[in-house]
Design a protein. Sequence first.
Length: 445
Amino acid sequence: MGNKKNNFGTAPLGLLLKEQSIPAAIGILVMSVYGIVDTIFVGRWVGVYGIGAITVVMPITFLISSIGMAIGAGGASIISRSFGENNKKKAYEVFGNQMLLTLFLSLTFVLLGYLFQNEVLNVFGGKGKILQPARDYFGITLIGVPFLAWSMMSNHVIRAEGYPRIAMYTLMIPALTNIILDPLFIITFDMGIKGAAWATSISYLLSALFTLWFFIKGNSQIKIRLTGFRPNISIIKEIGAIGSVTLARQGAISLLSVVLNNILFTKGGEMALSAYGIASRLLMFANFAVLGITQGTIPILGYNYGAKLYGRVQSLIRLSMKNATFIALVIFTIIMSSADYIVMVFTNDPVLIKQTVPAIRLIFLATPLIAVNMIGGAYFQSIGKALPALLLTLSKQGFFLIPMLFILPNYYGLYGVWYAFPIADVGATLVTYYFLRKETRKLNI
């Protein structure tokens, strides 16, 4: 543990950023490719309504699994700073409480998902011809959600320990498994949307088993012990305060899905919902490198801040922003010039193609600006300042995008939905830049 973490305060920042960001980016890339491949198989072998069903269900399952992400992010921030302060005992205690919280909360919300399945799907836009395939997909994927929550929690802890490649594998395993099982279940076994759901649940299980192996038999210094399941209220509060940022982000995304899916259904029916389904699959793919840099930055920031190496903190922020913005600009250029060809990979339905191409171009219009918002929010989270991190995390969806969705479609119809995305990106970037600049000046560098 010490060898992996000590160089966070001494090694060149460019080298550290590469070591942490590249594995994270690769893991996110593979996950995003899985989402794309999954949508391609469903779109071509199940149909337009299958894409709509996935669009409805995925925000629900990820909202439940985001409990694991939140607990993982909150605990990882504490663990990184504990290592920087050379307080290993606290790091071990934090992990035990993370395990307890993840298992209890994820299973509780899965049970609620089963009990109120119809109501939940309806709220998230599961209506019309999309409802039945959404029911089929939701019922099966719920089985795998606790395993996904465990994997997401573990991923943050593993990265905080200084093992970015292992963290990458936790993302790659479910993605690659799904890519293999999708054609087998959907085409060979002719299971349709249920085949896609089983492929997803099995992939989550394998990822969870891998992380379990790492904590029991692998190189992890934070081992799973029964004594770790003893709840500590002060640690739980600290995890909750910082993890609430991640949970709020996922909650805002899920609330956005409720608003967005219902407005899309009202303004354009099932076809508009499916168009956004394709666009949303591209979002993670398009942003994989920026997300990777953001994830790679967090443990380095947390360690150096905990060690009071403030000069390295500010240098790392500048370096991360520069690299992430350049990559975002490249991705923006590719999407703007190739939107037609990208959509035709997912579907051969001419009506769906016609609706999706302009949607993609508008949704991604402000892509070069996203690095500021992502890395700015990550900075506050990594140093343990939960409230500003929470507000900045909510700025895009909560303060700009959702309000715009209630206003613009009334004047511009379906196009008003697409206009809301770049407006929200610009607004969130300006707010984040202001608070980040104000905060970093306090470092007295």
